[in-house]
Design a protein around this ligand. Structure first.
Ligand SMILES: [Zn+2]
Length: 257
């Protein structure tokens, strides 16, 4: 029994829409539709994270299960991704940041409610998207618990899934997530999720503009990260996620100049 989680950061219809943004993190609506269709046609069960947990607890996790997850609460989650999922009759898990709602290209509260109304699962991506490991315990608790409460009030259902901002997680932030009452939490380390399950640090595959259908097929067939990907995950853990992310951003910015 295993399942794999894909991580999207937003979609675009015309490439023009993402000018000046880190293109790597966006996927075109066309590619996304192609990926979802291909998964459906090739016998994959597309489940929300909550369904993955409950089905696996009952020992009923389908053999080929994929969960589609979305970080940051972009407006394209509602406008582009959700309609494709609805067309295909499947659901996804959307991790929202209450403190960001209403920012440019991010949903407003009412839009999150509409997303939930379409049957999509809403999870928390913290209150303000900090590096969790750099916070005091009280701050960590607030990030985890306040965002949960806010989103539960907004959508009217319980919010049980968390996504660590930047994939930054340590023993303390993990404990804060448990204290807040979440049942699952996602990081950004790559790979399939296999028993013994670690429901508080699930692995995910980042989907990029260049991944395409071929890339998706390779990922799912492989199930394990390449040596290079493992190396990157290791560096991130060793130097600290906050330092790693800032360093990577600086390099990407320089490359883009
Ligand atoms: Zn994020």
């Amino acid at each position: 029994m295993s399942f794999q989680i894909l991580l999207y950061h937003g979609l675009y219809r015309e490439r023009e829409e993402i000018r000046g943004k880190p293109a790597r993190e966006y996927v075109s609506e066309r590619d996304f539709r192609g990926q979802v269709r291909w998964l459906r046609e090739n016998g994959y069960s597309l489940l929300t994270l909550g369904e993955c947990l409950s089905r696996s607890e009952r020992g009923e996790l389908p053999r080929r299960t994929v969960c589609l997850s979305f970080d940051d609460g972009k407006r394209s989650d509602l406008e582009l991704a959700a309609p494709v999922l609805a067309e295909e009759g499947v659901r996804g898990t959307f991790f929202v940041i209450p403190g960001w709602l209403g920012n440019p290209n991010i949903m407003v509260p009412e839009e999150v409610r509409r997303l939930a109304g379409m049957g999509m699962e809403i999870g928390s991506h913290s209150m303000t998207h900090p590096f969790m490991s750099t916070l005091s315990q009280a701050e960590m608790d607030r990030e985890a618990a306040d965002s949960k409460r806010f989103l539960e009030n907004l959508v009217g259902t319980s919010v049980e899934n968390f996504s660590y901002p930047f994939g930054d997680v340590d023993r303390r932030s993990r404990d804060a997530v448990v204290r807040a009452g979440y049942r699952t939490a996602c990081g950004t380390r790559r790979g399939a999720n296999t028993p013994p399950w670690d429901w508080l640090l699930l692995r995910r595959w980042g989907m990029h503009e260049t991944t395409g259908l071929e890339g998706l097929r390779r990922i799912l067939d492989r199930g394990t990260p390449t040596l290079l990907e493992r190396g990157a995950d290791w560096v991130k853990r060793s130097v600290g996620t906050d330092r790693y992310v800032r360093w990577r951003e600086r390099i990407l910015r320089r490359a883009g100049e």
